[in-house]
Design a protein around this ligand. Structure first.
Ligand SMILES: [Zn+2]
Length: 400
């Protein structure tokens, strides 16, 4: 068991009554992870009773000893200002004292080398200030950590920091949880917590419409498959990170496979401006005049004897039913019966669209069976006896 045997430069006599007063005057206002961080960024242990704050072997041990590997980063528990950085060969070794913005001093002893921060320097909560070592009077690498009600040997009194330490000693709240439904399972994924700290894994919680969150599993990985999910139940999931001391983080975001269950329907929009997906002869002129156009411009052509279609090439990811839409600007000089064809698995399906009205929005041509593939699928033909310009602007398909 590591422990420190410290001789302090300043003697401090602490009567029992004073100790009691200090205890009563040490509210756990600092037990807040929003404002305070655990001082060791890495695996650690609190050790035995000998590591505790209090009288042992006839003297007051003013701090908590925590064992950790040599070189483990030590961080400021709260924002503050460095007041001492010194070396004491027969006692504290390399040590640093930080005056916290919370009005309390924190003291770190037995650092591997001189602290990284100098007296007078501001530090942020979580800023690395040194590394765990075993300098001074120490039997192994550990941090001797003190908390003082005010300034160190200057108006303040040391108090037992263990409750605050344990309240700060929690893993980071996991994030990025997603839930993906399968036919007989739900697959969960989340972002890995940073490797520092003594993270042991994650606990997974699930609820239904009828129950609160119930822990269903633990895992050391950052993914989990819930094979006990039944198909017709809506679940919410969330998780907590847990460390080797069984400290739990706060809850992650929650994720629900039902909310994401409808796999996003495939949709594709093709504008006449796309040279890879729109094709028309030179008889189809370009215009930007009508403000109901979609995109930068549209194409227009006079009716003719030949089809000479403007063609939209669509990618259909899988054979199935798709709603097909067209977009055109409208105007009184446009066609009253523009022939628009859709290539379906059952052949071409033609409809005549009045382009004099209804412009500037998607107009459905109905739901059609389309075959998987990437091909010219929607056609605007010039072959019509109706007067007025034929317009080709944009098409859209949405999987149904
Ligand atoms: Zn100690």
């Amino acid at each position: 068991m590591v422990a420190c045997r410290l001789r302090y430069p300043l003697a401090l006599t602490v009567a029992g009554l004073t100790l009691l007063a200090v205890f009563l005057a040490s509210p756990r206002a600092d037990a807040d992870t929003a404002t305070h961080a655990f001082p060791i960024r890495g695996s650690h242990s609190y050790g035995s009773e000998l590591s505790r704050y209090g009288y042992a072997r006839g003297r007051l041990h003013r701090g908590q000893d925590m064992a950790a590997a040599s070189g483990t980063p030590l961080v400021a528990v709260t924002g503050g200002r460095v007041s001492y950085r010194q070396y004491q060969g027969g006692g504290a070794g390399y040590y640093v004292v930080i005056q916290g913005d919370d009005g309390r001093d924190s003291v770190y002893m037995h650092l591997q080398s001189a602290a990284f921060v100098a007296p007078g320097q501001r530090v942020r909560k979580g800023q690395v200030v040194g590394r765990v070592g075993s300098t001074g009077s120490s039997t192994g690498p550990h941090l001797h950590f003190e908390r003082w009600s005010a300034h160190w040997y200057d108006g303040g009194s040391a108090y037992d920091p263990l409750a605050a330490l344990k309240s700060w000693d929690v893993p980071l709240r996991p994030s990025g949880l997603t839930a993906r439904p399968g036919s007989d399972r739900v697959s969960l994924d989340w972002a890995d917590n940073p490797p520092e700290g003594d993270l042991a894994g994650y606990r997974i919680y699930r609820r239904t419409a009828d129950t609160g969150y119930v822990r269903i599993a633990s895992t050391g990985a950052s993914a989990y498959v819930d094979r006990a999910a039944s198909r017709n139940t809506n679940y919410d999931y969330r998780l907590k990170a847990v460390d080797r001391l069984s400290n739990l983080s706060g809850y992650s975001n929650s994720a629900s496979p039902s909310a994401e269950a409808a796999p996003t329907a495939y949709a594709q929009t093709v504008d006449n401006a796309d040279p890879e997906r729109f094709f028309a002869s030179a008889s189809w002129s370009r215009s930007t005049w009508n403000t109901q156009r979609r995109g930068a411009d549209y194409r227009y052509a006079r009716p003719g004897a030949a089809s000479d279609s403007a063609r939209f090439r669509l990618r259909v990811p899988r054979t199935g039913r798709y709603e097909v839409y067209v977009w055109h600007p409208s105007g009184s000089a446009y066609s009253a019966a523009a022939p628009i064809g859709v290539r379906t698995t059952e052949g071409m399906r033609w409809r005549r669209i009045d382009q004099r009205t209804g412009g500037g929005r998607w107009i459905s041509l109905g739901v059609h069976p389309l075959a998987a593939g990437d091909r010219e699928s929607v056609f605007v033909s010039r072959s019509t006896s109706a007067p007025g310009y034929l317009i080709a602007d944009a098409v859209r398909i949405v999987e149904r």
